[in-house]
Design a protein around this ligand. Structure first.
Ligand code: ZN
Length: 382
């Protein structure tokens, strides 16, 4: 029940120096130097670094894809992959396929992940408009289903979208906003932005012509192309959040999330950028005729890989970390998440000096230690 994680170099994300973290049940009770607590279980982490557990705000937890026919449907998420990626909070969503992928199944998977030890939330809806819902109504979903914190990923500017009109997106945002207010949730509209020529022009127009605040929207895949990069920078200047997709572990491309995160940080927007993995989603490839020519499966472990690369490339740890901790917690209004601080949930990611995941604690429970993941009650080697 009571644990002390000793001798950690703590980034809350702010650097706190070497501290001990006292955990009581599922909460952080104290973060201090040289804690003395009798009868507590003590775990010594000398030489290790503590981050808040990562928040992955866009994961196809039940699988996604299907753009190349049934055989291109992607498999569901393994709990152990989340743990290996240092993720302690996950937001699940449907994608292109809102027919064979159901919200009921998504809910069951979110509950399963929660039982296994992490915190889970959901977006109701899928790519299409009107959104598929649990109850037949977006506001009811937000108000009556605890796990639902928003709607998405609604596709815009994509040949796979339902070609929604601006009026349709306005109405969805309005319902999500009011449903969120009434249920004390973010009611965020998570938008899948494709590589169509119109980018997020529709969102600029909605923000300009309605009372809906810019923070009601979280456009994702904003590192997809140069146009979205330019629009994303305009969006954050207006106070909106943008989400970058890490996708796979390859951090080398021109528009890789690690590189684009660095750009946002250099321009002073480290408080408005989030990263998510798009885990288990398909990363389909289409030719210039929009014909499907193959796909890869997104991996949740890419989130940590891009964070690590950004830090190794010189982004200050505390600034890079915000994109996967405190920023998604703020954008999605996740209380008690994203910060190592007294009273917050005991979600802690421990890395070694070369920034490899070493241990993971979620809601006070050790899910990984010495690089071994807890699976059905025992720690298994990676
Ligand atoms: Zn998407």
């Amino acid at each position: 029940m009571i644990k002390v994680l000793r001798n950690l170099e703590v980034y809350s994300p702010e650097p706190l120096g070497r501290c001990d973290i006292l955990i009581a049940n599922d909460k952080i009770a104290l973060v201090e130097k040289h804690l003395k607590v009798p009868l507590a279980e003590v775990l010594d982490f000398t030489g290790k670094i503590a981050f808040p557990g990562l928040i992955d705000c866009h994961v196809h937890i039940t699988g996604g894809g299907g753009e190349g026919g049934f055989a291109s449907r992607t498999p569901e998420l393994l709990f152990s992959d989340l743990v290996k990626g240092g993720i302690t909070t996950v937001v699940g969503c449907l994608g292109t396929d809102g027919v064979t992928r159901s919200l009921e199944n998504l809910y069951a998977k979110a509950k399963a992940l929660e039982e296994e030890g992490v915190t889970s939330f959901l977006y109701t809806g899928s790519y299409r408009v009107p959104p598929v819902t649990f109850t037949g109504n977006l506001m009811k979903d937000l108000m009556l289903i605890d796990k639902v914190i928003g709607v998405g990923e609604i596709a815009i500017s994509d040949h796979r979208s339902s070609q929604p009109t601006i009026e349709e997106i306005k109405r969805i945002a309005a319902d999500a906003r009011v449903g969120g207010m009434l249920s004390k949730k973010a009611g965020v509209v998570n938008l899948h932005v494709g590589d169509g020529p119109y980018g997020i022009e529709m969102l600029f127009e909605i923000v300009r012509t309605t009372e809906i605040p810019i923070t009601q929207f979280l456009p994702t895949h904003m590192n997809r192309n140069e146009k979205l990069l330019e629009e994303g920078l305009r969006w954050v200047q207006m106070g909106g959040f943008v989400d970058l997709t890490t996708g796979d572990e390859d951090t080398r491309g021109d528009l890789a999330a690690a590189k684009i995160l660095q750009k946002y940080v250099e321009l002073g927007f480290e408080n408005l950028v989030t990263m998510s993995s798009d885990g288990q989603g398909s990363l389909p490839k289409f030719n210039e005729k929009k014909e499907f020519i193959g796909f890869k499966v997104g991996r949740v472990t890419s989130l940590f890989a891009h964070l690590r690369t950004a830090i190794k490339n010189g982004v200050p740890i505390q600034k890079a970390l915000k994109s996967v901790t405190v920023n998604p917690a703020r954008a999605l209004r996740l209380c008690g998440k994203g910060i190592i601080r007294e009273g917050y949930d005991a979600d802690i990611l421990i890395v070694d000096s070369d920034l490899n995941v070493d241990a993971v604690v979620a809601k006070g429970k050790i899910l990984m230690k010495d690089k071994n993941v807890l699976v059905t009650g025992t720690f298994e080697e990676r």
